[in-house]
Design a protein around this ligand. Structure first.
Ligand code: SF4
Length: 113
């Protein structure tokens, strides 16, 4: 996820000055159209594609590991926040010893009993 944010920022840093400079050389309405198109093609679309690939690559970890039910797991970064490591299908940083249920799961179970 950090890579997606980093490369999006890099693309923004290069594209916006180019668009700003090109403003002096193009008709204003055409410049707006080109700017909107360039922002979508260079910044937004690659970020969406990268995010979908990230989701697809980590789908099994997010939905079907012990970490996916643990309160220390950050789904958006696929990260164990307690150990600051990325779990995989074959690697749990705590070997399951520090698993704790989400707070919402505890409250739900309290309501049932
Ligand atoms: S504490 Fe253990 S079970 Fe919980 S997210 Fe980290 S590695 Fe996974």
């Amino acid at each position: 996820m950090g890579g997606i944010v980093f490369w999006t920022i890099v693309r923004i840093v290069f594209l916006l000055p180019l668009l700003w400079i090109s403003k002096d050389y193009l008709d204003f309405q055409l410049w707006w159209l080109i700017s909107i198109f360039a922002i979508y093609v260079v910044i937004i679309h690659p970020a969406i594609v990268q995010y979908r690939l990230f989701e697809e690559k980590n789908k099994d970890i997010i939905h079907s590991t012990l970490c996916s039910t643990c309160r220390h797991f950050d789904e958006s970064a696929v990260l164990c926040m307690k150990y600051d490591k990325h779990p995989t299908q074959n690697f749990l940083p705590c070997n399951g010893l520090d698993w704790e249920p989400h707070k919402k799961d505890i409250e739900y179970n309290d309501l049932e009993s």
